[in-house]
Design a protein around this ligand. Structure first.
Ligand code: PMP
Length: 443
């Protein structure tokens, strides 16, 4: 389809500078493997798994076949009151992959819905145990948990909050950001901080609110949307200990780190820490059909089932029309089967080392490069902002890379590459060399 075949007058693009886009449209009309085809017939290599979603690469036949088969068998049913077979199979598969006693899967349709769902489960769990006063949430500066009011409130990226400030949840506090400029260059390691970054939680935040009022702490194991920030050594283990000490639930938002990005099933496995809830989306269906969910530890479900209410009463009044959609569940089952059959998570870990090596050897010393962080199959290069126009340098680099046939991700003054797990060395070379050219050009 030629660009002239459609008009630009109706589609309001999300999370996009629409005025800029109108001048310079970037429209995909096809995708296969590692590559997109654009409306003007060019090939663009997918350096960010579209949006951290397409772990298995584009146009995978086993996933497409499973979706088609499901459409022809049971196209839709809710999971309310009566459910569908695919929802049970997908939940079982996901629970088997999850660590510890994370066994109960509540499906939804996106990472934002997963964030809000997990916060609501936390409140309901405490209330079911007679601790309804626990209604404070703690997120983290620069955390991203989607665009629902719950997720925005615990999130900490200023641009996502500033227009909505007064409408956000009131009883929320934030941990400090997990970046220390001393550790600007990180290559597959955990930075060791001089000072314990969680002292602030113990010494200021918890005493301020009284820990017995805190419902949950929610963090991304690695901060993705902010620009791939890696936690200090031992951070998540310490967070787990502090939560246990005070009866606070720990929620990992694994929308990005879940299903293979770090070379393991989940970030929880990578760091050896089991949260009370684990939020997922994106790679679970290879991005092909929207799906999200929250995996809960047994104790959360069990507490909710322990009620004196008559049996017809719904124990947790929450759900979406499309929760456990049979086509999405069929896509998830096929995706996870394919990822396991082709050992794609392990591959992500191995290719991640190549990506990290290439980032550090190519970008270090280039103009304006102030940081490089790599872990798993994702790497970020941080650039000095142009005075007065934060984010412009990275956005210009993104545009330039796109023109040269590489899709990368600008995040503030950071550019991230996180390709599908099927990536080959030749793609890594192409992505890194293109990005290096653009960094030099925009110096
Ligand atoms: N949580 C995290 C950690 C994410 O990275 C994202 C999306 N980038 C979300 C939540 C929101 O997901 P969605 O866009 O599917 O609502």
């Amino acid at each position: 389809m030629a660009y002239n075949d459609f008009t630009m007058d109706n589609h309001w693009l999300p999370f996009t500078p629409n005025r800029q886009f109108r001048k310079e449209p970037r429209v995909f009309v096809g995708a296969d493997g590692m590559e997109f085809t654009t409306h003007d017939g060019r090939k663009v290599v997918d350096g960010i798994s579209s949006l951290w979603c397409v772990g298995a690469g584009h146009n995978r036949k086993p996933i497409n076949d499973a979706i088609t088969k499901q459409l022809n068998t049971l196209d839709y049913s809710t999971a309310f009151q009566a459910s569908n077979d695919q929802a049970f199979i997908a939940a079982q598969k996901i629970a088997e992959m999850a660590p510890g006693d994370l066994n109960r899967v509540l499906f939804c349709n996106s990472g934002s819905e997963a964030a809000d769902t997990s916060l609501k489960v936390a409140l309901a769990y405490h209330r079911a145990r007679g601790e309804g006063h626990r209604n404070i949430f703690i997120g983290r500066e620069k955390g991203y948990h989607g665009v629902g009011f719950g997720g925005m409130s615990v999130g900490g990226i200023p641009a996502n909050r500033k227009v909505f400030g007064t409408a956000l949840l009131p009883r929320v506090d934030h941990l400090r950001f997990i970046h220390d400029p001393k550790h600007a260059f990180i290559h597959n390691t955990e930075p060791v901080w001089d000072e314990d970054p969680l002292l602030e939680l113990e010494n200021r935040i918890l005493p301020l609110h009284d820990p017995s009022n805190v419902a949950a702490i929610i963090v991304e194991p690695v901060a993705g949307s902010a620009g791939w920030y890696i936690p200090p050594k031992g951070y998540l283990k310490r967070l787990r200990e502090i939560c246990d000490k005070h009866g606070i639930l720990l929620i990992f938002d694994e929308v990005i780190t879940g299903f293979g990005r770090l070379g393991t099933n989940f970030g929880a496995d990578f760091y050896g820490v089991v949260p009370d809830m684990l939020n997922f989306a994106k790679c679970v269906t290879n991005g092909v059909i929207p799906m999200g969910g929250v995996i809960c530890r047994d104790k959360l479900y069990d507490a909710m089932m322990k009620t004196d209410a008559p049996e017809h009463v719904i124990e947790f009044f929450h759900g979406y029309t499309y929760s456990g959609h049979p086509v999405a569940c069929a896509a998830a089952i096929a995706t996870l089967d394919l990822m396991q059959k082709d050992a794609l998570f392990q591959r992500a870990g191995e290719m991640g080392k190549l990506l990290g090596n290439a980032f550090h050897s190519t970008f270090k010393g280039l103009p304006n490069v102030v940081g490089i962080r790599s872990l798993g199959l994702a790497a970020a290069v941080e650039l000095a902002p142009i005075a007065g126009t934060p984010g412009k340098r990275a956005f210009d680099i993104y545009l330039d890379c796109f023109k040269k046939g590489a899709l990368v991700r600008p995040a503030g003054d950071v550019v991230v590459i996180a390709p599908p797990y099927i990536v080959e060395k030749s793609h890594i070379d192409q992505l890194v060399n293109t990005l290096a050219d653009s960094i030099k050009k925009n110096a």
